[in-house]
Design a binder for this molecule. Sequence first.
Ligand SMILES: Nc1nc2c(c(=O)[nH]1)N[C@@H](CN(C=O)c1ccc(C(=O)N[C@@H](CCC(=O)O)C(=O)O)cc1)CN2
Length: 290
Amino acid sequence: MLKETTTKRVRLLVSCKDRAGIVSAISTFLYNHGANIVQSDQYSTDPIGGMFFMRIEFDLPPKKSSFEKLKEEFIEIAENFYLDWKMSLANQKKKMAIFVSKEDHCLMELLWKWKAGELNVDIPLVISNHTNNQQAVEAYGIPYHYIPVTKDTKQQSEQKAINLIKEANIDFSVLARYMQILSPTFVQAFPHQIINIHHSFLPAFIGANPYAKAFERGVKLIGATAHYVTNDLDEGPIIEQDVLRANHRYSTEQLRVAGRNVERITLARAVQWHINDQVIVYGNKTVVFS
Ligand SMILES: Nc1nc2c(c(=O)[nH]1)N[C@@H](CN(C=O)c1ccc(C(=O)N[C@@H](CCC(=O)O)C(=O)O)cc1)CN2
């Protein structure tokens, strides 16, 4: 194996039943392997019998210990404290697929941020059930896969998308206003690896046409919610939310137009946190170390 010559930035996510000694055991392990902790954050739901969550970023100098060897030797600590854990290299770019239907604002926000170097991710492909965004996507040099969806072809269309995702070794997918409900087969294939932007401040107005429902309700705030996709429509673990003021003068269309800004900003924040391994899912909730 080639000798490692550069310092590696590593991210460690941990969740477990809370008890004394976890931070000490992990920090001592890292110290003994020559690692230098540069960021550490933890949260306990209840020190007595609750859950404990931690995110550590550390630098692993060359020669001290290889990343693979470190992961292997961490298993003992993980077993002692019954840890659920994930260790990853910060410079290992994730591969992100984007799904879009007609509306382009969330798609374009992600592409703009990616092009500007603000999203440290690769985008091997975009999938859509419409063709209207093809030119804009291909202008970024990204392959665009048009996969139309009808009630009769939904299963075959989904299988095409699943095949594309697997062939491209996609790490996670983003539904950037992709207006198709994904089947349990699709969702089960990628647990907590699909992020959706719902155009309302959940749990209000689940499902289709939330702005029409907001108009009828006479809301004074509209919002957006980025969440992991589950089989329960728009009820998956929430990653990020934001809101915007509205009032009686807004028509449904004006709510929709105003909502685009909060949707795209909310989604971009959630995607950034996922890329940076800042999100831990437990049950139907998340801990976001932002
Ligand atoms: N399994 C899941 N799939 C999707 C989720 C989810 O949480 N779980 N979120 C939706 C996004 N969404 C609102 O944000 C949404 C999209 C589409 C629909 C809907 O009724 N779609 C119809 C077809 C509509 C059309 O063809 O234009 C359908 O799929 O039958 C509701 C909510 C994304 N998917």
